[in-house]
Write a protein that binds this ligand. Sequence first.
Ligand code: HEM
Length: 188
Amino acid sequence: MLSDKLKEETKSNHQQLEKVMVGKLRAIRSKEEYADVLKLFYGYFGGLEMEINKVIDASLLPDNADRRKTQSLADDLQSLGAAVPVKASGDDLPVLTSHLQAIGALYVIEGSTLGGKIISKMMQQQLALRDNELTFFTSYGNNTEQMWDAFKDALNYQATNPEQEAVVIAAANQTFLKFGEWFKSRSS
Ligand code: HEM
């Protein structure tokens, strides 16, 4: 199934991104530093979701609109009294010109809700955050597993042959790689 292949074939890029991110997150000691990380997510996911919206066939993914993260990131930043930065564009993002490529990018965004469960616990331990400062990483809360399973079910209907699967997987890998570059080049 496509969801299994995606997991396997993006594993190494996920691990690399996770490593960079865990180091950065562990070092956070203030709400300002936490806001700086949220800004990096807002910039990249914000730009990415704009590109996804342009090409995704929403009829194939019924709860598509409920899965956007840009607003929740902006809300957290606002609650923290931090500025909302400019969104990524152009070469900072993967090329998304088809529904299948959009699905690959969306896989990465949706998967981040799983890491978000761990990250939100880490942040709560390191900082005294209010709920309205942590909505992005808390994401779907207790529904996270359910939302992930529903996404994977939908995903598995999108590509009907190995060529199409390869398009989704390549877009997912590009999305991980470009995020790693974005994160590393902008975090001190
Ligand atoms: C500190 C950072 C992170 C940690 C500790 C982490 C941890 C995890 C864990 C434990 C899972 C597996 C959960 C499960 O199978 O139930 C997972 C899955 C996943 N994560 Fe992360 N993650 C992190 C960051 C990210 C980020 C930033 C992204 C995307 C931008 C991401 C994308 C994904 C994806 C796509 C999956 C799904 C893999 C699959 O197909 O099963 N993760 N992550």
